[in-house]
Design a protein around this ligand. Structure first.
Ligand SMILES: Nc1nc2c(c(=O)[nH]1)N[C@H]1C(S)=C(S)[C@@H](COP(=O)(O)OP(=O)(O)OC[C@H]3O[C@@H](n4cnc5c(=O)[nH]c(N)nc54)[C@H](O)[C@@H]3O)O[C@H]1N2
Ligand SMILES: Nc1nc2c(c(=O)[nH]1)N[C@H]1C(S)=C(S)[C@@H](COP(=O)(O)OP(=O)(O)OC[C@H]3O[C@@H](n4cnc5c(=O)[nH]c(N)nc54)[C@H](O)[C@@H]3O)O[C@H]1N2
Ligand code: SF4
Ligand SMILES: [Mo]
Length: 824
């Protein structure tokens, strides 16, 4: 637990990342007692580490990394090891459906619960039509489940009101990829780590949020000839420390000023001639406009806006400009902060200006967070259309209509699909009277919690919640459906670098819990959705049949799954798409030929103005003749919606800690993880703490114009003027307990292009309530450590892991395997 990244295995540039198998078995279980190991991948973040699930007496009792998997080479991190199976047999798992009766949720059988769902659904469809229906799903279901939901929602119900919590998570990643390259899909690969000269991490605390990927980076930075790191984060994270250690830079911009910083970096590239003009002319559009936009962002002006030193900015730009190969990663410090899409696109711009794309070591990872967010974006249960199709392109709609054998008019495409924030507004007004929430806990995870609770609790909207547990959200539902979780059902999912894994069912779900696929299929059947010939709309019954239907949807699209089968995925490793007759073993890296899916006929969007979100029309797009060239797009920096004021003088930002996953439904049921970060805290800089008379562990009240919580203060690593709160801790709900969730304070505002809400920019004030009687319950092992070493007892626990180095297998697609055969 304390040794988050495990023992280092440093290795030379261009050689294969060494393999090591990490394994954890539940208390009292030994390896020889395990009955079977079942192939899967970890479902606790977007890294998608290949693993096997240990099964004993019909129960999941542990996990082991897969040495042969390209993604993780056998490694697992603390969440994967301790959090993957502990929740499965928790005594409070939902095992029966529930319905609200006389104000209370009471157990019932499936017939009653589904009967209630179908009755309300049919009535509203009859009386008010498809716009009365909303679906809010997840980044944690399986591909087959999203695809089924997408078909029943778009071709069955016919509603545009369908989105996922991916809107809160990686809508900006998708938007940035679409704006620059024409379609979603990660250009880069993890193998870029083995070949790069510099790594830029933008608003990405990878050391805590993708621990195995971070271990992979450490194995290069701790070896000879390391890449230099540049960290852009207002906290002094482990990433920031490593940036300093490697002779790189930690840029700590004022919260909400990312775009100004990036405009400053971009200007430096132009000023110093770090632009590959030939490449830019041949493969991109928009360089002149971009240069005009960034002209005013001199190092001095940028430094003033962002609160960084001008020379640090210059040094960072020089590292980008002069390194042979650069890998960039971007995550929530950008996606959930002010001017999200413009800032994320600016990272793509930097790579395009130097032509650093499509070759080993030069990659962009517009990261994902959730393990299956990518699949939701591919399958279109999130406000996209299946197969990265463009809702504004009639031909794309016709392709789907043909695949589903329905009239094109049934598929909603008269306006952009409704995004989650809008779906909740419609549910608030009651124009959406039926809202089906699956595998997400918005009562804790959406901004402005009090408002979300009101929407879910009110009578204006009938709420169905499908989950493993009676969450804060489920408690407000009208019907609760018990779902089978990871290991209890079969399906595929795709990690951030496009690697597809199959997760086979290992055990039976508890009680009457059913897989999400079975639940969606049962609804579709009860609703009697039909195609244009009167045949059942959905023809599949099993996950594998759903996958096979999906493969056809991807034919000819950038996200090509046609060469994948369940059989192939039962092999030694996950496989990155596209997989087809040209690339039967998959594709490590996109755009090696510098041809981008931007042609008007192909692209997933015609694009937007990054400042206002105004849409580009088909005619405008066609007139630009993008024809495979990438777009360089910029925007001016504007101040955030809510800036510090006299009343609320501090910047408020939120995020994660290494030991907890989201609203903790899984991680809090592992004793080791729970105890490592047991309760809410809030981080202040030493300067602000002193000014406010706050000491480590004091109980403080944090307030914004929208709400407040009380928690113990950690005098920590956040930059002066800012406050950081973890968002994992829900409201206890016991009488007399004060709310303590980070989202009580956040605001209902979103990015104009990606529509991703801004969890990382608001204003707040903090005051001391009373002594806390000890240090804050924040872990000491990473960014939440106290500023003063030793101010809190060291985080420990969970020594039940074994790790063993193993000979390196040959990884298909890994360019280091080809270049250095001797290193295997
Ligand atoms: N342990 C753990 N790992 C996880 C998850 C988890 O819950 N727990 N969740 C998974 C998911 S779904 C996601 S989306 C990812 C998220 O992974 P990350 O994006 O790495 O996590 P966050 O902590 O949300 O935010 C990253 C950093 O953004 C910084 N930040 C805040 N405001 C700003 C700003 O204005 N500008 C800049 N540049 N930085 C800012 C914060 O200080 C923080 O360190 O993690 C995934 N992995
Ligand atoms: N303030 C603030 N708020 C944030 C963020 C932030 O950084 N700051 N980050 C945002 C981000 S990036 C994300 S991804 C969201 C995450 O927010 P949520 O999606 O609300 O978080 P989870 O706790 O992962 O919720 C997933 C739910 O699905 C259930 N579940 C798990 N597996 C299954 C399954 O197979 N089937 C079904 N039916 N249910 C299942 C779990 O029990 C859990 O209740 O939070 C967002 N909210
Ligand atoms: S890095 Fe992510 S996918 Fe890998 S073990 Fe950790 S939580 Fe699981
Ligand atoms: Mo996320």
């Amino acid at each position: 637990m304390a040794d988050i990244w495990g023992a280092g295995m440093p290795h030379a540039r261009g050689t294969v990342w060494p393999a090591r198998v990490d394994q954890h078995l539940a208390d009292g279980v030994t390896e020889d007692q395990v009955d079977r190991w079942v192939g899967s991948a970890c479902l606790l973040c977007s890294n998608g580490c290949g693993c096997d699930i240990a099964v004993k007496d019909g129960r999941m009792v542990g996990i082991r990394g897969r040495a042969t998997d390209v993604v993780n080479h056998g490694r697992l991190g603390p969440k994967g090891l301790y959090g993957s199976t502990a929740w499965a047999h928790a005594p409070d798992r939902l095992t029966r459906p529930m319905i609200r009766d006389g104000g209370l949720l009471v157990d019932c059988d499936w017939e009653t619960a589904m009967g209630r769902v179908v009755e309300v659904s049919k009535r509203l469809l009859r009386e008010q039509g498809p716009l009365s229906h909303g679906f809010y799903t997840s980044g944690q279901l399986f591909l087959e489940e999203y695809y089924t939901l997408a078909v029943l929602g778009k071709a069955g119900v016919g509603t545009p009101h369908m989105d996922g919590n991916t809107r809160l998570c990686t809508a900006t990643a998708a938007a940035a990829l679409k704006e620059s390259f024409g379609a979603d899909g990660q250009p880069g690969s993890y193998t870029d780590i083995e070949h790069c000269d510099a790594i830029f991490l933008y608003g990405h605390n990878m050391a805590e949020t993708q621990t195995v990927l971070w271990a992979r980076i450490l194995d290069r930075t701790r070896a000879a000839d390391p890449p230099r790191l540049v960290c852009v984060d207002p906290r002094r994270t482990k990433v920031a420390e490593e940036a300093e250690r490697t002779g790189g830079v930690h840029l700590a911009p004022r919260v909400g000023t990312n775009l100004a910083l990036l405009n400053g970096l971009t200007r430096e590239l132009f000023e110093h001639g770090w632009v590959d003009h030939d490449w830019v002319r041949e493969h991109t559009l928009g360089a002149d406009d971009l240069r005009d936009i960034v002209e005013a962002y001199t190092p001095e002006r940028t430094a003033e806006i962002c609160g960084v030193a001008p020379d640090d900015l210059r040094r960072a730009a020089r590292i980008f400009g002069e390194s042979g190969n650069v890998l960039s990663t971007v995550l929530q410090g950008f996606y959930q902060s002010h001017q999200a899409t413009a800032s994320a696109v600016a990272v793509n711009n930097l790579h395009l200006l130097r032509g650093l794309i499509g070759r080993p070591g030069s990659g962009i990872l517009q990261m994902n967070g959730q393990p299956t967010a990518q699949n939701n974006r591919e399958c279109g249960a999130d406000g996209d259309l299946p197969g990265f199709r463009n809702w504004d392109n009639e031909q794309h709609i016709e392709q789907l209509a043909k695949l589903w054998n329905v009239d094109p008019l049934v598929i909603p495409h008269w306006a952009p699909p409704t995004h989650a924030m809008q779906i909740f507004s419609y549910a608030e007004e009651g124009s959406i009277g039926f809202l089906w929430i699956s595998a997400t806990n918005p009562a804790v995870s959406m901004p402005e919690s009090a408002r979300i609770r009101r929407i879910l609790d009110g009578d204006q909207c009938f709420v169905v919640v499908q989950d493993l547990f009676l969450t804060e959200t489920a408690r407000l539902a009208d019907v609760v459906l018990p779902a089978a979780g990871w290991g209890e059902k079969t399906g595929t999912f795709t990690n951030v670098n496009r690697t597809v894994h199959l997760s086979d069912q290992a055990v039976e779900p508890p009680g009457e819990a059913r897989s999400d696929l079975d639940i969606f299929l049962a609804y579709a059947e009860a609703m009697d959705f039909r195609d244009r010939d009167g045949e059942p709309l959905i023809t599949w019954r099993t996950a594998e049949e759903a996958f096979d239907a999906w493969r056809e949807v991807t034919r000819g699209r950038p996200v090509d799954y046609t060469g994948l089968t369940y059989e192939k995925l039962r092999g030694p490793t996950g496989i990155p798409w596209p997989v087809n007759e040209h690339a039967p073993e998959g594709t490590d890296r996109l755009y090696a030929d510098a041809v981008f899916p931007t042609a008007t006929e192909t692209c997933e969007t015609y694009g937007h103005d990054l400042l206002t979100g105004g849409a580009v029309t088909e005619q405008e797009h066609r007139a630009l003749r993008p024809d495979g060239r990438a777009f360089l797009k910029g925007a001016q920096y504007t101040p955030a919606h809510e800036m510090p004021s006299e009343d609320y003088p501090l910047l408020y930002t939120t995020g994660r800690t290494v030991y907890q996953f989201h609203t903790r439904t899984k991680t809090a049921r592992s004793r080791s993880l729970r105890e490592a970060a047991p309760d809410m805290w809030v981080e202040l800089s030493p300067v602000d703490a002193e000014r406010l008379g706050i000491a480590e562990g004091d109980i403080v009240r944090v307030e914004s114009p929208r709400g407040a919580f009380e928690a113990q203060a950690r005098v920590g690593q956040v930059m002066p003027g800012a406050v950081f709160a973890p968002f994992h801790y829900g409201t206890p709900g016991l009488p007399g307990e004060v709310p303590r969730q980070a989202n009580e304070l956040t605001m209902t505002v979103w990015d104009p292009v990606s529509k991703q809400p801004y969890f990382k920019t608001a204003a707040c004030r903090v005051r001391k309530i009373r002594d806390g009687g000890g240090p804050a319950p924040a872990p000491t092992t990473a960014a939440s450590a106290p500023a003063q070493p030793g101010a809190a007892p060291a985080t420990a626990g969970g020594a039940l892991t074994v790790s063993r180095a193993v000979p390196v297998p040959a990884y298909p697609n890994d360019p280091s395997c080809a270049a250095e055969p001797g290193s295997r």
